[in-house]
Write a new protein. Structure first.
Ligand SMILES: [Zn+2]
Ligand SMILES: [Zn+2]
Length: 345
């Protein structure tokens, strides 16, 4: 049995032939197994969709009730048989409901990890290491320059700035699904108990997170608040709205952006970000390499991001490695504007 007998790359994405399904397909397919709710991984229009309850709910929230012909929810640790494969979901630590998919067939185990991070996040289950023969990994921050550091230090920077400028609003660009809720939860962990203001795209998902038992404290819509009342406050908004008309309702805003890309000063400058916050929902270089090594896999497939360095690193360690060159996965922080359609903002 070769790895290719379990998983192959097709135009629609990674396909498990023996199980009769695709993982995070970028085109409509009969049977899709979805790792998490970000729009590049979780698309509408498939036949049957298997995912965690949270991923299915987030897809429903974005696409409406009829986003797939049928759905099946699966819990972490649960195993289902699909065709000739046994499929088990494990936490990926990326966003609420995110999962790695372990596929077992004929004595081989493949783990497709989707997007993942191996550090603590108060808004989702912690990444679980799964031993496997073949590990399919992302490489969003797959270069040695990407070391995210401690996100709590970034939150402390934000709160320090808020204390320093009581007459200015702090406008924090944060991806609406996952990052925004994580930043809110971390602000609460740091002891900040005043209301946090949000853009409508973030509010809708924050309410869903709260319905799943994740406490975000008092969350208010910025658009329902008078300009003068926003002085000295924190507002979270999609990165693309930081510099558009929407931001004009804020008094003398300090522009902040929570993203792993903020490690690159030129990017922060380019986006006119005054206070860059290095907070990422993807593993950094150390996280990627440590995880690859710990899985015990001898074969590493790299799906998207900065594939080359990670492939090179794996091969230098005597592992087999290849880039999958899948077209259609992006990086949520790089997306411009309100790319996720969550309705009225
Ligand atoms: Zn993602
Ligand atoms: Zn991704």
């Amino acid at each position: 049995m070769r790895p290719e007998d379990i998983l192959v790359r097709t135009p629609a994405g990674v396909c498990c032939k023996i199980g009769g399904f695709h993982i995070d397909p970028t085109r409509p397919v009969d049977k899709a197994v979805i790792t998490h709710g970000h729009s590049d991984h979780a698309r509408a229009g498939h036949g049957a969709v298997l995912g965690t309850q949270e991923t299915l709910d987030l897809m429903r929230l974005r696409y409406g009730e009829n986003f797939a012909a049928s759905t099946q929810a699966i819990r972490y640790g649960e195993t289902v048989t699909l065709g000739g494969a046994r499929v088990t979901f494990h936490p990926a630590g990326h966003v609420l409901g995110s999962a790695q998919i372990a596929i077992e067939a004929n004595g081989l185990r493949v783990v497709a990890s989707g997007d993942y991070k191996n550090i603590a996040d108060p808004t989702c289950a912690a990444f679980e290491l799964v031993q496997c023969n073949i590990f399919v990994t992302e490489a969003t921050f797959g270069l040695p320059i990407f070391r995210h550091g401690d996100p709590r230090a970034e939150i402390a920077k934000l709160l320090h700035s808020v204390a320093l400028f009581p007459d200015r609003a702090h406008l924090v660009g944060a991806y609406p699904l996952g990052k925004a809720q994580r930043v809110m939860a971390m602000i609460r962990e740091a002891g900040y108990d005043r209301p946090i203001y949000v853009h409508g795209a973030i509010e809708k998902i924050a309410r869903y997170y709260e319905s799943r038992g994740i406490d975000l404290g008092r969350v208010e819509l910025a658009r329902a608040t008078k300009k003068a009342d926003l002085a000295g406050t924190i507002t979270l908004c999609p990165p693309g709205t930081l510099k558009d008309l929407w931001s004009r309702r804020f008094p003398d805003p300090v522009t902040c952006f929570a993203s792993g890309w903020m490690r690159v000063r030129a990017r922060a400058r380019q986006r006119l970000v005054e206070l860059p916050l290095v907070i990422s929902d993807h593993a950094d270089w150390d996280g990627l390499t440590a995880t690859i090594a710990a899985t015990g896999a001898s074969d590493i497939w790299v799906t998207h991001g900065q594939e080359e360095a990670l492939v090179h690193w794996s091969m230098a360690r005597g592992l087999q490695a290849r880039p999958l060159d899948i077209v259609g996965y992006g990086d949520e922080d790089e997306a411009e504007g309100v790319t996720e359609n969550y309705g009225d903002v």
